[in-house]
Design a protein around this ligand. Structure first.
Ligand SMILES: O=C(O)CCC(=O)C(=O)O
Ligand SMILES: [Fe+2]
Length: 283
């Protein structure tokens, strides 16, 4: 993954960013969201300490969201071609590439989970595709501000879609919760920028009735800054492709996971209802 275009996007003049700003609300996000617009701490309140109120916590992060190019319901918002030549084309190509990779991963999961062919992919027809790609920018910030405890790069949360494909630059700080020891996190090493992290998200947990569980993750101080109280945490970029269910598809468990008397742990509802309900709190 190439983070140069991310840099150019977030360095745009503020008025150019505001001209493609996402309108806060429960609808799928499109365009630019300013630092603090999305509050990830409200997505998973259980991940916070008792003394922390989600509403008081902020994300030190701005981001840009893009949906499928054939989505006529929620249109993408692109910077003017004269301002950022090639940006739109590059991101549309990347989106398509990641869409194909995620379809191959879903096919592999169908085999691994002994599901009939199409059992997962049929809930993601790629016609009414609701997947999204996000560029994240975490501006440089004082270590002190992070250590004070009410600002984080991104608070512990689950992603809402089926799986997430994640790419990070070399700054570090991404962590996943240890399943054997809840409440503790392990760092993800920064390898090559082309390294792709595949994360199970909430919808896949629901579909499999908890056979596969979603990965709780956050972006914290990288190891080399953990023991300092002063200094600056350098800016950081990441790219996330959120592979999502079709808007009309069910986010209830598949029948294959309800055999032998297991009770459905999740209610039937459509993916769009589920997302709107989950996002209402975060924006
Ligand atoms: O920046 C990262 O590495 C993680 C981003 C993330 O979790 C998200 O955008 O949902
Ligand atoms: Fe995430």
């Amino acid at each position: 993954m190439d983070f140069c275009l991310n840099g150019l996007f977030f360095q745009m003049k503020t008025e150019d960013k505001f001209s493609i700003a996402h309108q806060p609300g429960p609808d799928p996000q499109r365009g630019w969201s300013k630092v603090g617009a999305e509050n990830s701490s409200t997505l998973y309140r259980k991940g916070l300490l008792k003394s922390q109120m989600a509403e008081d916590l902020r994300d030190a992060r701005e981001h840009f969201d893009q949906g499928p190019k054939n989505d006529l319901q929620y249109l993408n918002k692109w910077p003017d071609e004269s301002v950022l030549p090639g940006f739109r084309e590059h991101l549309e190509d990347a989106f398509e590439g990641l869409e194909q990779i995620s379809a191959r991963i879903m096919e592999a999961l169908e085999v691994a989970l002994n599901l009939p062919s199409g059992a997962l992919l049929d809930r993601m027809t790629h016609k009414g595709n609701a997947s999204e790609m996000r560029l994240n920018h975490y501006p440089a910030i004082d270590v002190e501000d992070i250590k004070r405890g009410n600002v984080s790069r991104i608070w512990p949360h689950f992603d809402l879609g089926v799986i997430t494909l994640l790419f990070q630059d070399g700054v570090g700080g991404l962590e996943f919760e240890n399943r054997e020891q809840r409440g503790t996190f392990s760092r993800v090493a920064c390898g090559k920028q082309s390294d792709m992290i595949v994360n199970v998200s909430e919808t896949l947990q629901r579909w499999t009735n908890d056979v596969l569980s979603a990965g709780l993750h956050r972006v914290n101080l990288p190891d080399y800054l953990e023991d300092t109280d002063a200094g600056t945490l350098p800016e950081r970029y990441s790219i996330a492709y959120f592979c999502k269910a079709d808007r009309g598809a069910s986010v209830g468990p598949l029948k294959e996971f309800l055999e032998e008397g297991s009770k459905p742990l999740y209610r039937e509802m459509s993916a769009i209802e589920y997302h709107q309900h989950r996002l209402q709190s975060a924006y």
